[in-house]
Design a protein around this ligand. Sequence first.
Ligand code: ADP
Length: 608
Amino acid sequence: MTLSIRWKVALGTLFAVTLALTVAGWLALRSIERVELSRVAENLEARTSLAAFALEPLLAQPGAGRSTRQPEIQSMVRELSRHALARVTVIGPDGTVLADSDTPDDAVSRLENHGTRPEVIQALSAGYGTDIRLSATVGQRMYYLALPMKSGNQIRSVARLAIPLTTLESRIHDLTRAVSIAFGLAFAVSVALSVLLARGVTRPLSAMADVARQLAGGSLGRRIRTTSRDEVGVLGSTLNQMADQLESKIREVSEDRTQLLAMLASMIEGVMVLDCRGKVLQVNPALEQMLMVQGAEARGRAHWEVIRHHELSELVTRVLETRANCGGEMTAAASGRTLRVEASVAGGQRENEACAVLVFHDITAVRRLEKVRKDFVANVSHELRTPLTSIKGYVEALLDGAKDNPEQALRFLEIILKQTDRLNLILDDLLQLSQIESGQVLFKRDPISLSEVVDRTVALIKPLADKKGHTVTVAMPADLPPVLGDPERLSQVLTNLLDNAVKYTPANGSIHVAGQIAGDLPQRLVELSVTDTGLGIPEADRPRVFERFYRVDKARSRELGGTGLGLAIVKHIVEGHGGRVWVEGNQPTGSRFVVRLPAAASAKGGSG
Ligand code: ADP
C-alpha cells in the first residue's frame, strides 16, 4: 500500500509529537516522584532523629534489662508514633525487635528478627538506612528509615520509622492522571494541527499532481493555480510554463501534420512513406485508389505485404540499401493502372522515421494516348497511302504510254480524280474530327426541333437513296420536345447515319427515321433512330464501329467510298451534346442506330 504524501506528513508529525510527549511525561513524573521521595526522606529523617533522641535516655540507662524496661520502651514508642505519625520500631543490634508501635505489647517478642532488613543493615554499617517495600506486617508499601542509636562508639540499638507511601502514591497517581489528560489534549491538538499542516503543505502538491495527470491525459488547457512564492509556488509556475510550451509545440506539430495530411490527401499522385525497415508509415487516398488498398490496414505493415509486386519490392530494397533516388514503372495488378514510381530518400535513420518516400504517378492515360496516337498515325498513313499508291500507279501508267491512248488515258484520269477526291474526303474528315476532339469547335446550345433537322437532312439524302431504289420513311411525333444543340452538327450526325444506311443496304431496301421521347421528367430524353434493312453489323463489332478507321468490311467500305471516320465523328458530336449513341441489330436484318439527347428543359413541345 502506498501512502499519500499528506498521510506521510501527518503520521510522521504525529509520531514525533507522541514520542516527545511520552518521553517528556515519563521524565516529568519520574522527576516529581524523586523530588517527593527525597522530601519524604528528609521529613522522616528528622522525625527519626527526634524519636531516637527521645528514646536514647531510656535505652542508655545502665543495666536496663530488656525485660524490665521493655514495657516502658514500648509505651514510649507508641507515644512517639502518635506524635510522629509514623510506625516506630526499635531494633537491637542483633536484629531483635525491642519495641514496635504497630504490634501489641505481648506480640513484640514474637516478631521475627529484623537484622536482615536492608535499612537496618545499612544503618548498622553506614549509620543511615532507607528502603521502600511492601510491609508484610501492615500490608502496604512503606518507606523505612533507620538511624543507629549509639552510646560512645557502641551501637545500642536502631530506631526505625516507617510511613506508608499511600499519600505519595495517590499524589503520583493524580499527577499521572493529570499528565495523561494533558497528554491526551496535546495529542488531540497535535492530530488536528498535523492534519491541517499536512493538508496545507500537500494540498497544492495534490492539485499539481491532479493537473499534471490531466495534462498527461491530453487536457492541455489545464493550469495550476499558485499564489505562494515558496518552493511549491515555484514548482507550480514551472509546471505551468512547461504546459504552455507543450501546448504550443503540440499545436504547431498538429497544424503541420494537418497541413501535411491535407496536402497528401489533395495530391493526385499516390504517396507512400516507408521507414528504414520498409514498414509503411503513410499512404495517401490517391494511392489507396491506385492500388486498391486501405490506408488504415496498410500502415504499420511491411511494403511487400501491402503491394505484392516484385519490381516495386526490388526498387524499394535498392533505395533503402543504396540510399540513392531511383524510379521505375509498374502495372498495379488490382486496378490495372500503369504507374510511374519515383523513390526518393528521406532523412530518417531509425524505425518509424520517414526513410524513403515513393511517389506514384498514374500514367495510364498517357500510355493509352501514346498507343492511340501510334495506332492513329499507322492508320492515317495506311489510309492515305492506299489512294496515293493508286494515283502514283496510274500516273506512271500514263507516263509509260497510256497517255497516248485517249480512251485509256481518260479512264485513268477519272480514277486518279476519284482517288484524289477520296484523299480530300479523308483529310476533311480527319480535320473535322481533330477540331471536335481538341475542343476548337464550340457547339451552339439552342433549343432546336429535331423534326426540322430530320426533314432537311432526309431531303438531302433522298436522291442518293432513290438512286439505289431505297424507301425512306420518317416518323417524328408532333409533341417531340426540342433539344439543346447545334442544328448543323446534328444534321451532320443524321447525314452520316443515313449515308451509311444507304451505303450498307443493298438496292431496294428500307430506311426508317423515327423520333420518340425516352426517360421521365426532369431527365427527359429525345431519342432519334435510323433503321435499315441492310447488311447489319455482327454483335462483336458493334461497340467498335465508333472507333476511328474501324470497319467491319474494309474492302467493301473503301469500295463504297467510306473513310472509316463517319461514326467516330457522330460519336464525338453526340457526346459533345451530352448524349449517347449506339447500334443495335434490326430484325430480321439490318442495323438500328440510336442517338439519345437530353431534351431542352424549358421548352414544352416540338414543331414536328
Ligand atoms: P465508313 O466511312 O467506312 O462508312 P463509318 O465510321 O461511317 O465508316 O462506319 C464504320 C463501319 O461501320 C463501316 O465501315 C461499316 O462496316 C459499319 N457500318 C456503319 N453503318 C452501317 C450500316 N448502316 N449497316 C452496316 N454496317 C455499317
